[in-house]
Design a protein around this ligand. Structure first.
Ligand SMILES: Cc1ncc(COP(=O)(O)O)c(C=O)c1O
Length: 387
């Protein structure tokens, strides 16, 4: 299977990579698990990194100011009409770090944190190791898509004494991009119970036609004042190894606590991570748009093919390259990901690690070429037919 075209990677080349997606699996398994894509680097990023290397420029950086603060503010204004103060932007190595820092700064052991379920596994794990009580708001099938019950969330927040609400929008694993009314319902709850909102908007730039990404902090002054927005170029440009992210800390209480931390305690950005992110944000939009169109076509193709799989359901994601497969009606033997690993030689992310609502599900990453995606679905089809 050798790909051609900008978003048609060759399997042989992918198997030479050191990153975990392809390294983690045996040679006869096709990986569709961890959230990274299989495409070559955006050329503008490759050039920016090469020019740092050419200059031998890996000494201590001259960052008198946060190097990503103004570029981030410009990007949010341009893409989403969100006008923010770059002075409120803080550096962070990655989103999981930022989530743990904010959780540590505004809650104590035993405190309740509200979030949708299922959810991104490292967040669930962090809450557990940090001794915080998760209060789940289930994402449930609503017609052809996913939704949540805001009144139920309201009651849960009131009953559990929640202090922090962790929002993942677009949502992982369902790929839902929440609408303005849904976000406003959350903002209303946050305001009435004086919650800090931690808004993970990492997948925002991979939102498909017909859907908009609305930054939570852009909803209004009250939302802006109680929200910490975390993001990076990691998902849209596949830079997971770069460890470079930003946090817009709109909440004054969190910001004061953040700024009291010793300056090096949270680590710092890597020179190459900053160069890569700047190149992505300043020169990568043409590539990003072509990638988004490819991913949207991949999504549509996958939805059509899954419709032919007996007992497997997929609600078309609004954003992301992740497909949340409901395998419950297929009556598989044991966990779905385990079933497909052993019978189809395809590696998916197991549903149960995403918490409540994950049983009987598996997450499939379609951020690859058409030829590889077709092989993945062919193998799954074959494993279901041969039972
Ligand atoms: C919703 C979400 N948040 C955070 C992360 C991880 O981000 P980081 O690598 O910056 O910690 C992921 C990675 O898949 C994700 O899907």
């Amino acid at each position: 299977m050798s790909g051609t075209g900008e978003f048609e990677p060759s399997e042989a080349r992918l198997r030479q990579k050191h990153a975990t997606k392809w390294r983690h699996v045996p040679d006869d398994v096709l990986p569709a698990w961890v959230a990274e894509t299989d495409f070559d680097l955006c050329p503008a990023i490759a050039e920016a990194i090469a020019s740092v290397i050419d200059r031998g420029d890996l000494g201590y950086p001259d960052w008198t100011h946060e190097p990503l603060a103004v570029p981030f503010a410009e990007r949010m204004a341009e893409r989403h009409g969100w006008d923010l103060d770059p002075g409120l932007v803080r550096r962070t190595c990655d989103l999981v770090q930022a989530m743990q820092v904010v959780t540590e700064l505004c809650t104590h052991r035993g405190d309740a944190v509200a979030l949708h379920a299922p959810n991104y596994p490292p967040f669930l794990h962090a809450l557990e190791t940090m001794g915080r009580r998760p209060v789940f708001s289930p994402m449930e099938p609503v017609g052809e898509t996913w939704g949540f019950d805001a009144e139920r969330l309201d009651r849960a927040v009131a009953g559990a004494g929640v202090k922090l609400l962790l929002l993942v929008n677009p949502h992982n694993p369902t790929g839902r991009a929440l609408t303005r009314p849904e976000l406003e319902a959350i903002a209303d709850i946050a305001s009435r119970y004086d919650l800090v909102v931690l808004s993970d908007e990492l997948h925002a730039e991979l939102t498909f036609d017909g859907h908009d990404h609305i930054p939570f902090a852009s909803l209004g002054d009250d939302a802006a004042r109680r929200t910490v927005t975390i993001t990076s170029a990691t998902k849209s440009f596949n830079l997971g190894g770069m460890r470079t992210a930003v946090a817009h800390v709109g909440d004054e209480r969190v910001r004061a606590a953040w700024d009291r931390l010793p300056s090096e305690m949270l680590g710092s950005h890597h020179v190459l991570g900053v160069e890569a992110t700047l190149a992505a944000w300043r020169h990568g939009d043409g590539w990003l748009e072509r990638q988004r169109a490819h991913l949207q076509a991949q999504r549509d193709h996958l939805v059509a093919r899954v419709a032919d799989l007996p007992g497997i359901e997929l609600r078309s994601p609004d954003a992301t390259y992740l497909a949340w497969l409901d395998c419950r009606r297929a009556a598989l033997d044991g966990d779905a990901a385990e079933y497909f690993r052993s019978r189809a030689r395809v590696e998916l992310s197991p549903g149960p690690i995403f918490g409540p609502g994950g049983d009987g599900h598996a997450r499939l990453n379609f951020g690859t070429g058409r030829a590889i995606l077709d092989q993945i679905v062919d193998r799954i089809t074959g494993s279901l037919a041969s039972r």
